[in-house]
Each structure stands twice: as structure tokens, then as C-alpha cells.
Design a protein around this ligand. Structure first.
Ligand SMILES: Nc1ncnc2c1ncn2[C@@H]1O[C@H](COP(=O)(O)OP(=O)(O)OP(=O)(O)O)[C@@H](O)[C@H]1O
Ligand SMILES: O=P(O)(O)OC[C@H]1O[C@](O)(CO)[C@@H](O)[C@@H]1O
Ligand SMILES: [Mg+2]
Length: 357
């Protein structure tokens, strides 16, 4: 079987490790021919960019490399492809024609919800696809873990450790804005691991007055500094998410600003000196931590195994114990928020972490 592979949407640590695993499993275990790497996500198919021949030799040294050697874009949906200023066309037939022309029997898509939804639509038109769940936000339906997430959590935790020492030196409030558009997995996990005093996530719109009162109480009870973690998609009760740049057409809005908003509220009420750190794309950069290398490797091997079994139109998954697969139709268009009864939320509550409730 000739495999094609592409990476879509934002990058995440572990993409290269999946590519390496797919290539090795396909060629070494199944004796399939070299895998064709499609550059720039789905754009590479529509624009007929030259594929990259991937072999165990050309994918050496990839397990710990950040980014994606295939490059990626989040602006290349073949079903709604930009063809001019504010104009889009369905170019999916051209993408499919290119897959056929390259002799690709199955396409492995490393992507988030957007890319996996596109893969599902291609499958409906007869393309054999296999997805692997990628996103640092960890918000893809059907799997406990997406690769990249644990690296982002480690990076954010390290940032919180560093902010602790300077917060303590200056008796300041430090507000840290972390990624997480719709789900607060990074903020919750890094917040607990980094001993944050408050964690605000998109799933729990916060009460500004209560938040300010509780931080003021902390100070009055002797706390000389506070660390507040805010997911970029967090919002006050009855309010909206903070947008830096609105979305347009197929372009998603750029979120940001909630950290400064929260800092302004806190400083106004508590009169404590407050500083803001927006960690941003640092969370997506660099090589994957060991857990993400392992998860990415399992996912790559499982994707090839599933195709070899004759399965397609699925995504590989991890349920906390085992690697499996799930039909893409159960993934596309959905997302996975932090449930209100999640054990880590419960532990945070019991530690007295302010959760904006
Ligand atoms: N539900 C959907 N169905 C079809 N296309 C979608 C859907 N959501 C997003 N898209 C398109 O898919 C492309 C990739 O989406 P996006 O940038 O969200 O990447 P992703 O794969 O979801 O990764 P991530 O969001 O983690 O960066 C974009 O062109 C976007 O317009
Ligand atoms: O790289 P971009 O286009 O700014 O996208 C940023 C978004 O991508 C993510 O990193 C992953 O979906 C989100 O956390 C963030 O909102
Ligand atoms: Mg997306």
C-alpha cells in the first residue's frame, strides 16, 4: 500500500515523531513502498506541490524534532479553498485527483478537528484516510490525549515555576495567559502542576467580583503574591471571549487579551502590583517531551496497523490505557471540554484553588 501523509492546522510537538513512526511501520513491518510526504497540508494536494519521499533513512533524527518537516497551514480547506480576496471555491476534486495521480492508496492526516473534518469529507468522496489527533489544546473528541499537549503542559508549568520566584520577590500578582481556545486542559493541568492560586478556563465563565474578592482575601490573610492562570478562551460570566483579530471567512479569530483584562480588574480592586505574561506560541514550539514522543510513536504505528487491517475513515485514539481507533464521523465537528466533574478539577477545588466558580 502506498501511503501519503500530511500535517494540517497549527503545528504541535510530536508531528515529526508520528511521521517517523508511520514511515518505519509502513516500510519495515509491512514492506510497503516509501511514504509520500505532502508539503503544506491540504494545500500541497490542491496546488500540486512536489511530494517528499519519506523513508527510514530520510526520517532519521525526527523523534525529538519540533515543528513539522512537511510544513503546515490552517488556511487550505480544499472544500472552501481561498481563490481570491474573500472568495472561496470547492477544489476537493482537484485534491482527490492529485491523490490518485500520485498513486496514494491511503492518506494519513495529522491534524486537529479542522483537518480531521476535511479528512472525513474526503473519505465521503472515496478517499481512504486515517487520522491522528494533534493539538496542544487536547480538545479532540474521542481521545484522552492528543500529542503535543503534554509538551505544552510541561512548557507552561516551567513558565509558572519561573514566574513564582519573581512574583515572590516583588510581592506581585502574576497573570499568565495560556493557550486553550475552547477547552482549558493546558491551563488546568499546568495550573495545578505549577501551583497556581487561580485557574480560569473556558468551560467555567468566571465571576469577576468573586475572583477579585478572593485574591484580596488571600493578600489580607498574608499571601504576599498570587499566580493566576487564564486560558485564552476564558471569559467572564455573561461576557464574550477576548479577540485580538476577528476571524474572517475560513480564517479563525485570533484570541488574546483576557490576561490583560483580568489583570486590570485585579489591580483595580486589590491595588496590588500586577504583571501579565502571554506565553503564546512558546507552548507549541520545541521538541516533544518523552510522553509525547511515546504517544506519537504509538499513534503512528497504530495508524499503519489499522490501515493494514483494512480499516479507514478512522482516527487513532488513546483512552488512558489502550490505543484504539474511532470512526472519523464521531470526531468531526465535535470537541472535548474539561468536564465539570473531572478529577483534577475536584482536586484543585479541594486544594483551595480559585476556579472562578
Ligand atoms: N468543522 C470543519 N469542517 C471542515 N473544515 C474545517 C472545520 N473546521 C475548520 N475547518 C478548516 O480546516 C482547516 C484547518 O483547521 P484548523 O486551522 O482549525 O486546524 P486543525 O487541524 O483543527 O488544527 P488546530 O485547530 O489544532 O490548529 C482550516 O482551513 C479550516 O477552515
Ligand atoms: O497559530 P495560530 O494561527 O495563531 O493559532 C493559535 C491557536 O492554535 C492553537 O495553538 C491550537 O489549536 C490554539 O491554542 C490557539 O488559539
Ligand atoms: Mg482547529
Amino acid at each position: 500500500m502506498r501511503l501519503g501523509i500530511l500535517t494540517g492546522g497549527g503545528d504541535a510537538p510530536g508531528l515529526n515523531a508520528v511521521i517517523r513512526a508511520v514511515v518505519r511501520a509502513a516500510m519495515r513491518t509491512h514492506g510497503w513502498p516509501a511514504v509520500l510526504g505532502i508539503p503544506e497540508g491540504f494545500k500541497g494536494l490542491v496546488e500540486r506541490l512536489d511530494p517528499i519521499e519519506l523513508t527510514p533513512f530520510t526520517t532519521r533524527g525526527l523523534i525529538n524534532r519540533g515543528g513539522t518537516i512537511l510544513h503546515t497551514t490552517n488556511r487550505a480547506n480544499p472544500f472552501q479553498y481561498p481563490v481570491g480576496e474573500d472568495r472561496y471555491a470547492d477544489r476537493s476534486d482537484e485534491a482527490i485527483q492529485r491523490i490518485e495521480e500520485l498513486g496514494i492508496d491511503a492518506l494519513v492526516v495529522l491534524g486537529g478537528d479542522g483537518s480531521l473534518s476535511i479528512a472525513h469529507k474526503l473519505a465521503a468522496k472515496g478517499v481512504r484516510v486515517m487520522g491522528t489527533p494533534k493539538t496542544i489544546d487536547n480538545d479532540i473528541q474521542g481521545t484522552e490525549l492528543c500529542f503535543g499537549h503534554q509538551t505544552a503542559v510541561a512548557t507552561a508549568t516551567d513558565a509558572l515555576d519561573r514566574l513564582h520566584t519573581t512574583a515572590e520577590s516583588h510581592h506581585r500578582i502574576m497573570v499568565v495567559e495560556l493557550m486553550g481556545r475552547y477547552a482549558g486542559w493546558i491551563a488546568l493541568r499546568a495550573g495545578v502542576a505549577g501551583a497556581a492560586d487561580a485557574i480560569l478556563i473556558p468551560e467555567t465563565p468566571f465571576e469577576p467580583d468573586r475572583l477579585c474578592a478572593r485574591i484580596r482575601d488571600r493578600a489580607q490573610q498574608g499571601a504576599t503574591f498570587s499566580i493566576i492562570v487564564v486560558a485564552e478562551g476564558a471569559k467572564p460570566k455573561g461576557g464574550d471571549v477576548s479577540v485580538l483579530q476577528p476571524g474572517e471567512g475560513v480564517y479563525q479569530a485570533q484570541l488574546g487579551g483576557i490576561g490583560h483584562q483580568v489583570a486590570g480588574m485585579l489591580e483595580g480592586v486589590t491595588h496590588l502590583e500586577t504583571r501579565v505574561t502571554v506565553l503564546g506560541h512558546v507552548q507549541r514550539g520545541g521538541g516533544p517531551v518523552a510522553q509525547d514522543r511515546l504517544l506519537a510513536t504509538h499513534y503512528g504505528v497504530a495508524a499503519v496497523d489499522a490501515l493494514a487491517r483494512g480499516e479507514h475513515n478512522s482516527m487513532v485514539t488513546f483512552d488512558g490505557q489502550r490505543i484504539g481507533t474511532i470512526p472519523l464521523e464521531q470526531v468531526a465537528g465535535g470537541f472535548r471540554p474539561v468536564p465539570q466533574d473531572h478529577p483534577l478539577l475536584e482536586s484543585a477545588r479541594q486544594l483551595g484553588v480559585i476556579l472562578g466558580e
